[in-house]
Design a protein around this ligand. Structure first.
Ligand code: PEP
Ligand code: MG
Length: 816
């Protein structure tokens, strides 16, 4: 075929024929000629992601067309700004029927003169050939062009899940093949992951069945565009080879990987799984298959229950882990393997055990830390189903108080069920810092070590040990002095914390009477319910992303509503609740909202830009947030604002929805100051906004041009840089000039060294993590506002962040 760079905004039919396929996004169609030649036309590259925006098809499937008839009209300007290219491809998708391609020379006119003459292969010239209609029963096998996978970490769990999910919608058999010839089932997450497709590998998708063509036309561009993942990951996200196991020469020291920070002192408890013994011989395929299907059904409903519990606690990340487990239970490879065993006369339990063990082993063998970590997830679901099949009520071991667990591995289900009142921390031989057990440990604040030396499994139970989750080190038999020193440090920290906590309800006011509100940054209900008890005066930043990330579909408005109302009720009508509208896009992509690939996602379609682009999603979110208005003092805040126009547009949507819903309660509308433009224009914005909240994490990144996650430079992205302090100063002056208040919700707000400078600049509110509230309130009560103002003025004049930090550290030392 050929490609045309269009100068007009019309695609016309190159020949007579019938429209046999029109993509639902209106950007591509196929015209089949009377001879059975299929001419596929595709306007632009990666335009499927526009989901129909910019395209108006002028024909319907089944319609007869003549050469020159208008097929699709498109908005070239709109498309070039959002897609990779406008290059339009016209190809014969069954080229085996063409003997020769004869392109014309000179000028041709669309629909008037011939661009390409095709000489048909003789079989077609002599026989009528199958009619296009007969072909639709079974197509294929059809194969895509080779696709270069650009996902920085290759096809790991999340993109594999997106691909498998989309592939499952089709009846055709769909496979994914690597250049090496390794082939996997594209409907199976495990099978795709097992191919170990790395960044820049070339793969081919093939499909066979009644909807093979539709499948490929959706899946191939989706795979090429990253399956909803940002194609610009940090090198740190690339597949890491499996961790080199560390080994200590000291018999009392066991080395591993730091999985969750913190120090723990306790007695080793060895947690072992008893192998479940199952009968090999079954009672016939029909009976056994029914048993297996029943056990899987029970497991799925347990997993659904777990997810709903997690979501009620607004722990979306944890819910997502169990959602992925549910996905694994539908994995066709796993089920086929078990079925084969049953067909050979095995019992359901035996066949299932063999199937999941083989899959887990295959994953564990992969030379990729991320994928090997998923072996444990397969074992987890495997055991869950097996428990139903054997009805073995595994006697749960009685874990003593003060235990440091040592185990081969912990499944996410085990970790979620750990009793924190008894367990001080855990060390596992398997896993890695990115495995789900480690993620859950960090969420629970439990010190943990992964990939510890295998000999740890031989430690005598009851041995006293120190687990250092920061270093990834387990030390046995600490000396009496060491135990005393650790106990002393833990006690002193606990005492200080207890004192601060006991005074947490007192107002946060400086010694000379300046009120500074202390509120919290939260990611969901679980954290929000703790805030009043910690002395928090409200929530200064609810990161609404918690509802949207790590899932395959957008949350329904009703689910969002329940979440926001839940948080508002937890705070009550006396407290502020600041909800930030969805802050994704760019570096935080959503699988269900694939955006065109961006060269520089931090400077791309993100924050309010995405809000205003995807207005349906935005309006649904706004409506859901507004439902919380009766239950707390509701504030809505927009992320990444750079202009007054954006603010006005977003504000108009909120006011419009508020009126439509008939919400009578007052709702304040604010701006997150995260981009220097917003700080510099604060005086102008203050006329439109009710309040400001400074997101110093991003403000520092954009002010200093340092990526906040950069592996080497991130340390230099210090919000105490005088340039950032000057932007804070400008924001406060601009806002106060119009009688509006300013908070700081970036990480620096909880940094007690930085507190005096921020307060001295006139910041009215500090929004910090819940756990830091008592300490920050205690700090404010020790400070003098007059001195803080002097400190701030000094700092503004300094040359660099280090100078400011040293100066503030000295001040803090002298004050204590
Ligand atoms: C910030 O940028 O400072 C901020 C609080 O937002 P986030 O960290 O969620 O980007
Ligand atoms: Mg931010």
């Amino acid at each position: 075929g050929l490609a045309i760079d269009p100068a007009a905004e019309r695609l016309v039919s190159p020949c007579d024929g019938q429209v046999t396929q029109l993509h639902s996004s209106g950007h591509a169609l196929t015209v089949t000629t009377a001879e059975g030649l299929e001419i596929l036309m595709h306007v632009g590259l990666e335009t499927v992601l526009l989901k129909g925006q910019g395209f108006s098809p002028k024909v319907k499937e089944g319609q007869a067309v003549k050469a020159g008839d208008l097929l699709i009209e498109f908005d070239a300007d709109f498309i070039v700004h959002r897609a990779l290219s406008l290059l339009t491809i016209v190809v014969v998708s069954n080229p085996e029927r063409v003997a020769e391609f004869l392109p014309s020379e000179g000028f041709v006119e669309a629909g008037q003169s011939d661009l390409l003459e095709l000489r048909l292969a003789s079989t077609m010239a002599t026989a009528a050939g199958p009619s296009p209609a007969a072909e639709t029963d079974s197509q294929g096998p059809l194969a895509s062009e080779p696709i270069v996978v650009l996902n920085p970490a290759g096809l790991h769990a999340r993109p594999s899940a997106v691909l498998a999910n989309r592939a499952k919608k089709y009846q055709s058999r769909i496979s994914l093949e690597k250049e090496s010839g390794a082939k996997g089932n594209a409907k199976s997450v495990v099978s795709i992951m097992g191919l170990e497709v790395k960044a820049h590998d070339r793969v081919v998708l093939s499909a066979e069945g009644p909807d093979a063509r539709e499948a490929l036309s959706e899946l191939a561009p989706l795979l090429a565009s990253g399956l909803g993942e940002s194609l610009h990951g940090e090198p740190a996200q690339e597949p890491k080879p499996k961790v080199e196991r560390k080994a200590s020469s000291d018999p009392n020291v066991y080395l591993g990987v730091a999985a969750s920070p913190g120090l723990a002192l306790g007695q080793v408890f060895q947690l072992r799984y008893a192998e479940t013994q199952v009968e090999e011989k079954g009672q016939g395929a029909e009976v056994e298959k029914a048993l297996l299907s029943e056990a899987i059904k029970k497991s799925v409903s347990e997993l659904k229950e777990l997810q709903s519990q997690m979501r009620q606690k607004a722990e979306a990340g944890k819910a997502a882990i169990f959602a992925a487990h549910e996905e694994l239970l539908e994995d066709p490879e796993l089920l086929e393997r078990a079925d084969q065993g049953i067909d050979q006369g095995q019992s359901a339990a035996f066949a299932w055990q063999a199937a999941f063990a083989a899959q887990a082993e295959a994953l564990a063998r992969l030379n990729n830390e991320l994928l090997a970590g998923r072996a444990n997830d397969v074992r987890d679901i495997g055991r869950r189903v097996l428990a139903h099949l054997t009805e073995a009520k595994e006697a749960k071991p009685e874990i003593p108080k003060g235990a440091i667990l040592v185990a081969e591995d912990l499944t996410p289900s085990d970790t979620a069920a750990l009793d924190k009142s008894k367990i001080q921390g855990f060390a596992v031989v398997g896993g890695s810092a990115t495995s789900h057990a480690s993620i859950l440990a960090r969420a629970a604040g439990l010190p943990a070590i992964a990939a510890i030396e295998e000999r740890a499994l031989g430690i005598e139970p009851g041995t006293t040990a120190v687990l250092d989750g920061d270093k990834g080190e387990l030390r046995l038999n600490p000396s009496a002095e060491e135990v005393e020193a650790i106990n002393k440090a833990l006690r002193a920290a606990a005492e200080r914390r207890e004192k601060e906590l006991s005074e947490a309800m007192a107002a946060s006011q400086t010694v000379d009477g300046r009120r500074v509100k202390v509120v919290a940054n939260v990611g969901g209900l679980a954290e929000a319910v703790e805030i009043p008890g910690l002395g928090g005066e409200g929530v200064g930043l609810l990161r609404s992303e918690f509802l949207f990330l790590q899932r395959v579909e957008a949350p329904a408005q009703s689910e969002q509503e329940a979440a926001y109302v839940g948080v508002a009720k937890a705070l009550g009508p006396e407290r502020d609740l600041v909800v930030r509208t969805l802050d994704v896009g760019g570096d935080k992509p959503l699988a269900y909202m694939p955006l065109p690939h961006e060269v520089n996602p931090f400077l791309g379609v993100r924050g309010i830009r995405l809000n205003l682009l995807g207005t349906d999603l935005f309006r649904a979110q706004v409506r859901a947030i507004l439902r919380a208005a009766p239950y707390a003092r509701l504030h809505i805040m927009f992320p990444m604002v750079t202009s007054v126009e954006e603010l006005k547009e977003a504000k108009a949507i909120v006011l419009n929805e508020k009126e439509a819903l008939g919400v009578q309660d007052e709702v304040k509308i604010g701006v997150m100051v995260e981009v220097p433009a917003a700080a510099l224009l604060a005086d102008v914005m203050a006329k439109e906004a009710d309040f400001f909240s400074i997101g110093t994490n991003d403000l520092t990144q954009y002010c200093l041009a340092i990526d906040r996650g950069h592996p080497r430079l991130a340390k230099m992205a210090d919000a105490l840089h005088p340039a950032v302090l000057r932007l804070i100063d400008l924001t406060v002056k601009g806002a106060h000039g119009q009688g509006k208040w300013v908070g700081v919700c970036g990480g620096v707000a909880g940094d007690v060294v930085a507190g005096p400078a921020l307060i001295g600049l006139g910041v009215d509110e500090l929004s910090v993590s819940g756990g830091s509230i008592p300490a920050v309130k205690a700090l404010i009560r020790r400070l003098s506002y007059a001195r803080c103002q002097e400190i701030a003025q000094e700092a503004l004049k300094m040359k660099n962040a280090k100078e400011v930090r040293d100066f503030l550290a000295q001040e803090a030392k002298e004050a204590s």
